[in-house]
Design a protein. Structure first.
Length: 217
């Protein structure tokens, strides 16, 4: 039986995916703030039959541009993009050998919707989306599909600082066209669908899961 690799497999969205999907998952987790995946990734050398990959690690680094340091940009890029590169380098040959495979990256509505205080994370997530499209083009003939899920604010521990008070929750709900904050289960449902992208003729796409925030006023 083929397996789907989850990087950041202890995240809220990953846990929702595992709970509601009948796939066989292999989870590899990283400590929050840790950039060194190399040691853990060596474990992948002994795992066979991978036909899916979801890369969950991300950051929410919201600061006025004047307060951002170069290290902020480096850290956000390292977690969101270079971490994904390290993982993919390890498993791309297995994905190519599968009879169709799917890779899903997690971006953010902020990559394409101009939001204040999002300069660093917007840059990192935009890079991730661009890389995904380039990889989709490169590996299309090998039937390895690359797609991106781009959520708006979702009720996860990573977003906890933005949802600490009732006022924060109400304010964020009011800014959303559907007047709600996303749930891990809603994002996980789209990820689960995209893990069948190679069967559904879908690659090189970015799927907003944001209550209409990226397209509606």
């Amino acid at each position: 039986m083929t397996k789907t690799l989850l990087i950041g497999g202890n995240s809220a969205i990953a846990c929702a995916l595992k709970k509601n999907s009948d796939r066989e998952f292999i989870s590899l987790s990283r400590s929050e703030g840790s950039l060194d995946l190399d040691g853990d990734l060596n474990e992948l050398d002994s795992i066979a039959d991978i036909d899916g990959l979801v890369y969950f690690p991300g950051t929410i680094n919201l600061k006025p541009f004047a307060m951002l340091k170069e290290d902020d940009f480096v850290n956000d890029f390292s977690v969101n993009v270079l971490g994904a590169v390290k993982v993919l380098k390890k498993v791309i040959n297995q994905l190519k050998e599968a009879d169709g495979a799917s890779v899903v990256f997690i971006s953010s509505v902020a990559a394409n919707l101009g939001l204040p205080y999002h300069a660093s994370i917007s840059a990192a997530k935009s890079a991730l989306e661009g890389m995904s499209k380039a990889l989709a083009a490169e590996y299309a003939a090998a039937k390895v599909c690359f797609n991106v899920v781009a959520p708006s604010l979702t009720n996860t521990p990573l977003a906890g600082n933005l949802l600490k008070t009732e006022r924060q929750v109400e304010g964020n709900e009011e800014r959303n066209p559907m007047k709600q904050i996303g749930s891990p289960e809603q994002v996980a449902t789209t990820i689960d669908f995209l893990l069948n992208a190679h069967k559904n003729w879908i690659t090189g796409q970015v799927f907003p899961v944001d209550g209409g925030m990226s397209n509606l006023k």
